[in-house]
Design a protein around this ligand. Structure first.
Ligand code: NAD
Length: 534
């Protein structure tokens, strides 16, 4: 088995200031180089090599081969050959399931190492990745099991002329799928897509983001070790506008499944149309999650804990992170006081440390975008309750990273950018509502409709309000719950299609319908036409 090429680029620079870090922010390990993963091996014929940066320190984590249109073309053609060979696509689903279970086990064994890589390439806290990645192998097991049991079960629709005909309907894989993934949960999001695509019998080309491609490359290697044939899972990291676009346009791709920003999703849809391609398309896009906190929540303290978790885990960089916190008037003052106290106490530090609450955001560009959005929110009348800046000089261990203090804004009208836009970082707005109806109207006053949450102890209210929210995912007295069996996807500008569960399996397969005439009687629609001229 080939391994990523290790280059001894040398020891990384350590941060001079460590008041907030018990161990150095920088890693002393040698820099690893990753190739593209194509046809079951590491390949090095990419147009470019890029450096993956640690957002907590600005230092290099690894180098990676970055592909463009020609590498994508070669990978898609390889995936098509693999599909046509039938080795995977025609393998009995139970045999595929066994391989996916083996892959899940291998993945489990690699999780401690993969969690560290995730933290180094994204800056998200190691403690969070340890919790999140522990669940990731379940996606391979769930979809493998579903394919082996229910997924390919056919149907016999009762035709109107059923006495003379039998109709058999079964599911088949689509072919080559193009998967385009974001940096914010690199391994989780890639595995969600790969697990169902594989279980359904497809082959695929995956284009992870250049910010965080490393664990996705490792996933492909693990799948190979488990017995997934060469060419079935190809991974080509590369820039979105070239590699991603080439994948979306490629004539041999039968489905594009994208997770990322709404604008990018629209660009991909446009490229597919420009290329004259009609194909299956899944899009998991941006969000701007509302949380409704009702006065009948079990306790204000518990709701504050829940909102802080919903908003600031992953430094607010998830598509379902709480953004618009809507609190019923009776408890707004107490809620605000407790929330601000809690947020001010959150520890912004080295994400490798077990007691760090927030790491940095992903990049300098993203840090500046968040700063710009907060500035515009304040100019539009919002009031800053805490945060709203990079950490001060007293936290100089964080100077080289892209840290932004957890931020709470209030006096935010629905027209304010902080209410209307997705701020992909640790920033929330706090507003109040009086009646249930007003709360629902505020929650729905967004072009997005992905995650949403309700804090109440009244089960009737929870059910009533949930049915009115225009969100694909709703949590009551909790947040961020995600399971391979439970559909994931949005309304409105948050996307189309669903990940997870049977819904995703159906999106990665299509039906074939076979009608067999069983009648003994002869059928002759036009009658004996020769007799007309005799
Ligand atoms: P992004 O849209 O910038 O990039 C996502 C992927 O698309 C990357 O691989 C990128 O290289 C690629 N890409 C960029 N331009 C492209 C183009 N023109 N053609 C083809 N591919 C292109 O998003 P991001 O910054 O990586 O992720 C953050 C966004 O993702 C947020 O808006 C967040 O809400 C969203 N997101 C949604 C979900 C969900 O489940 N709905 C999950 C995670 C993230």
């Amino acid at each position: 088995m080939s391994r990523p090429l290790v280059r001894t680029v040398g020891t990384l620079v350590r941060s001079a200031c460590r008041q907030f870090s018990a161990v150095p922010l920088a890693s002393a390990s040698p820099l690893v180089h990753y190739g593209l993963w194509v046809d079951g091996a590491w390949v090095e014929n990419a147009s470019e090599t890029v450096t993956v940066e640690n957002p907590a320190t600005g230092e290099a984590v690894a180098t990676v081969a970055s592909g463009g249109a020609s590498e994508i073309d070669a990978a898609v053609r390889g995936a098509r050959r693999a599909f046509d060979s039938g080795e995977w696509s025609e393998m009995p689903p139970r045999a595929r399931c066994r391989i996916l279970f083996r892959a899940a086990e291998l993945l489990r064994n690699s999780l401690p190492e993969l969690a560290e890589i995730e933290t180094r390439q994204t800056g998200r806290c190691l403690r969070e990745y340890k919790a999140q990645l522990g669940r990731v192998p379940e996606w391979l097991e769930y979809q493998g099991s579903y394919a082996a049991t229910k997924g390919f079960e056919g149907r016999l629709p009762p035709l109107v002329d059923g006495a003379d005909h039998v109709n058999l309907v079964w599911r088949v894989p689509l072919g080559v799928c193009g998967l385009i993934t974001p940096w914010n949960h690199p391994l989780l999001i890639a595995t969600k897509k790969v697990a169902v695509a594989l279980a359904a019998g497809n082959t695929m080309v995956l284009k992870p983001p250049l910010e965080a491609p490393l664990t996705v490359l490792r996933l492909a290697e693990i799948l190979h070790q488990a017995g997934v044939p060469p060419g079935t899972v190809q991974v080509v990291p590369g820039p979105g506008p070239t590699a991603g676009d080439a994948l979306a346009r490629h004539p041999l791709v039968e489905r594009v499944d994208f997770t990322g920003g709404t604008v990018t999703g629209l660009n991909i849809a446009r490229s597919m149309a420009d290329a004259g391609r009609v194909r299956s398309f899944g899009a998991e896009l941006g969000g701007n999650a509302p949380i409704l906190v009702f006065a009948d929540a079990r306790s204000v303290e518990e709701a504050v804990d829940g909102v802080a978790f919903a908003a600031f885990v992953a430094s607010g960089q998830t598509c379902v992170s709480a953004k618009r916190v809507l609190v019923q008037r009776e408890i707004k003052a107490e809620f605000q006081e407790r929330l601000v106290a809690k947020v001010k106490a959150l520890r912004l530090a080295d994400p490798m440390l077990p007691d760090t609450d927030l790491g940095p955001v992903i990049s300098q560009t993203q840090l500046e975008r968040i700063e710009g959005q907060v500035k515009r929110a304040l100019e539009a009348g919002a009031e800053l309750l805490c945060g709203g800046r990079r950490p001060g000089r007293e936290r100089c261990a964080l100077e080289k990273g892209y840290f932004y203090e957890p931020t709470v804004l209030t006096n935010v009208s629905p027209e304010n950018p902080a209410f209307a836009e997705e701020i992909f970082g640790p920033v929330i707005s706090l507003s109040e509502f009086q009646s249930e109806q007003e709360g629902i109207a505020l929650a729905n006053a967004s072009q997005y409709g992905l995650g949403g949450a309700i804090w109440t102890s009244d089960v009737r209210r929870a059910h009533r309000v949930a049915k009115k929210l225009r969100c694909g995912l709703i949590w009551v007295n909790c947040h961020h719950r995600n399971d391979p069996s439970s559909p994931w996807g949005g309304f409105g500008q948050s996307g189309i299609g669903r990940e997870n569960g049977p819904d995703a399996f159906e999106e990665y397969t299509t039906t074939q319908s076979l009608t067999i005439r069983t009648s003994e009687a002869r059928e002759n629609w036009f009658g004996d036409v020769n007799a007309r001229y005799s």
